[in-house]
Each structure stands twice: as C-alpha cells, then as structure tokens.
Design a protein around this ligand. Sequence first.
Ligand code: SAH
Length: 224
Amino acid sequence: MPQQWITKRSSEGSFASSSGAMVEKQLRPRGIDDPRVLRAMAKVPREKFVPRELQASAYDDRALPIGFGQTISQPFIVAFMTQAVKPKPTDRVLEIGTGSGYQAAVLGELVAEVFTVEIVRPLAQRAATVLNALGYKNVLVKGGDGYKGWSEHAPYDAIVVTAAPDHIPEPLIAQLKEGGRMVIPVGKESSQQLYAMEKHGGAMKRTAVLPVKFVPLTRDPAKK
Ligand code: SAH
C-alpha cells in the first residue's frame, strides 16, 4: 500500500512538470504570450481529460483520441484559440464541441462562466463528470446540437467552436453580444481555416488566423 501511494505521488509530480514543459516547449516559442492563458495551460491537468491508457502521452504535442471517433485537440491549438478569443474575467463564454472538456476547463480558469455543448451524449456526460470532479463549478455542459448554440444563456461575450462547419452557423452570430468575439474553424475536412471574428453593428468582421484540421461539425438529424 505505501508503495502504491508513493507511485501515485510521483506520477502526479511528473504530470505537473509536464504541463510546465508543455508551456515552455510547445506554447511560448509559437507565440502564445498572454500570461493568463499560459498560466491556465500550466494549471489544468490535461491527463484527467484523456483515456487512462493514454495518460503518459497527455502532454504530447498532438491531438489524442478520446473515443467515439473524436479527439482532444493539440495543446497548442487549445492555447491558440483561447488566446485568440481574448478571454476576460467577467466573460460568459459558449463553447461548441465539448469533447473531453479540456478546452472548457482552460476557459473556466479564465472567464466567469462557460457553457459548452456536445452532440455525442456520452462524451458530454463524461466531460461533465470530469469537470465536476475537478471542481469547475463555473462550467456547464449540455448534450445537444451546438449548431443552434445555447439560447437560454445567450448573449455571450465570446464563442469558441472546436468542430468545423462549412459555414458560420447563423444562430451563433445571433447569440453573440455586440462587440463579442468568436473563434471558429470553417471549411471541408481536407482544408479549413480558423477565423477570429468580431461582431460590430450586427455584422461579423473576420480574419483568417491559422490553417487547421478539426473534426467536422455534425448535425443532430432528429433536431435539424
Ligand atoms: N474541445 C474539445 C475537442 C473538440 S473535438 C476538447 O477540448 O477536448 C470536437 C467535438 O465536437 C467532438 O467531441 C464532436 O463530437 C463535437 N461536435 C461535432 N459536431 C457538433 C455539434 N453540432 N454540436 C456539438 N458538438 C459537436
């Protein structure tokens, strides 16, 4: 038993230094320089959001499978999107594509409230369980089709979309505040651009910021 305790402690310690190494090797050299974002990336225990058998690879510089044909995004992409959406401590943020819940946890460290929608119900449930166990009381998870946003809690200061539609969903624009920010990958599976957008005078101003590869945004057939 004591042996087991020592093993557990030492593996937790190495995970903590792994997140620090991830910040220094993968994020800072690639232009992630918002100190709040870097702090959040160092703090959130990514190993809790990946399948047990992949925990040793949790801080690798890549996306990892999380079941149901879905993935947890590469750490750099999570940090890049988080920085691009300019999170403020008072913000209410909508995320589409909860997946593992990792991006939601990172946002949860930085803003007042996070509302996140996942179309694969068992993933939504698992993410809610993990986020709850880690004490993220300001993150609310819902199973559903995020194309339609989450109107009950709208309008949002910012929206982060982590699955790629082939056009910007109109309901998401409608649920964004005037002056609000949205970060969203758009395109076909083979070629997508990440856009950083802002809503001004009801219209979206958009800038392409990075070529990316996300899983497609699917639709809930029963609820189209
Ligand atoms: N943000 C996640 C990774 C996203 S992977 C993380 O931090 O782990 C993209 C996720 O979007 C997948 O889990 C996929 O099931 C989900 N998804 C795809 N289409 C969706 C839709 N219409 N509404 C909500 N979620 C969707």
